[in-house]
Design a protein around this ligand. Structure first.
Ligand SMILES: Cc1cc2nc3c(=O)[nH]c(=O)nc-3n(C[C@H](O)[C@H](O)[C@H](O)COP(=O)(O)O)c2cc1C
Length: 223
């Protein structure tokens, strides 16, 4: 498959290469990820914005070969167990559900997402890929790692350097390892220049009187 990280995916807009080239791998290079590199990733996460600067994210991290790694592995769904142990590092992500005053922190999961987004971007810059997993036994993981009641486990993450061999995967998963096959909704399916559900073509809105045109953006957002 060659250097799949460098393959570009179709986009009409000029976005950052680290965003264009990222994908969620299920095989990883043999190159280990050191604690120093992990600390760099967590530092990138640490500077993420959060509601009231509450920083509700919490991370359990483990390097392959350690007992913590095996304990995270034991919390994964059977499907995720079938490939995630290809990764040199496993994480569990959790968030504090409440504020210091004991109220529900409605934005905690949102903030954890921003934290993981920062980590993902920093990792991509270093040639490291993340594969997030909802397939975790949350209750088991919460107990296993001694989280107090006011925390919730959100995901597990497998991470490592890109460059593994897709042939090491079961056949039905090999295809998904090809980043050129990634698909996304069109912008007009999730952006509305007016009420929810308003039919627009991407940046083009019937309200601003522009002729609808799928091929040209209204303006370059980087200008
Ligand atoms: C919160 C979250 C949970 C996910 N859960 C799983 C999972 O349990 N198992 C899995 O194989 N992939 C999982 N994924 C990976 C998604 O399927 C993947 O991100 C999506 O198909 C888009 O592909 P891409 O990341 O390569 O662009 C998850 C991704 C996210 C963000």
């Amino acid at each position: 498959m060659g250097n799949i990280i460098a393959e570009e995916k179709e986009t009409k807009f000029d976005i950052l290469p680290i965003l264009k080239e990222r994908y969620s791998p299920r095989v990883f290079s043999e190159t280990p990820v050191s604690e120093l590199e992990l600390r760099t990733l967590f530092e990138a996460g640490r500077w993420a914005p959060s509601s009231y600067n509450r920083q509700p994210w919490r991370i359990i991290w483990a390097i392959k070969g350690s007992s913590t790694y095996k304990r995270i592995e034991a919390c994964l769904s059977d499907f995720n167990k079938s490939w995630a142990t290809n990764a040199p590092v496993l994480l569990l992500t959790a968030f504090k559900k409440t504020t210091d005053e004991g109220e529900e922190n409605f934005h905690a999961l949102h903030d954890l997402g921003l934290f993981v987004g920062n980590i993902t971007a920093q990792a991509q810059h270093l040639g490291i890929g993340l594969h997030q997993m909802a397939g975790v036994n949350y209750e088991k993981a919460k107990k296993e790692f001694n989280f107090p009641d006011e925390y919730h486990i959100a995901t597990a993450i497998a991470l490592g350097y890109y460059g593994g061999n897709p042939d090491d995967l079961p056949e039905d998963l090999r295809d998904q390892e090809d980043p050129s096959k990634r698909t996304r909704m069109l912008q007009r399916e999730f952006t509305f220049n007016g009420n929810y559900g308003t039919i627009t073509n991407g940046l083009y809105s019937s309200e601003n009187g522009l002729e609808q045109n799928n091929d040209q953006p209204l303006k370059n957002l980087n200008d």
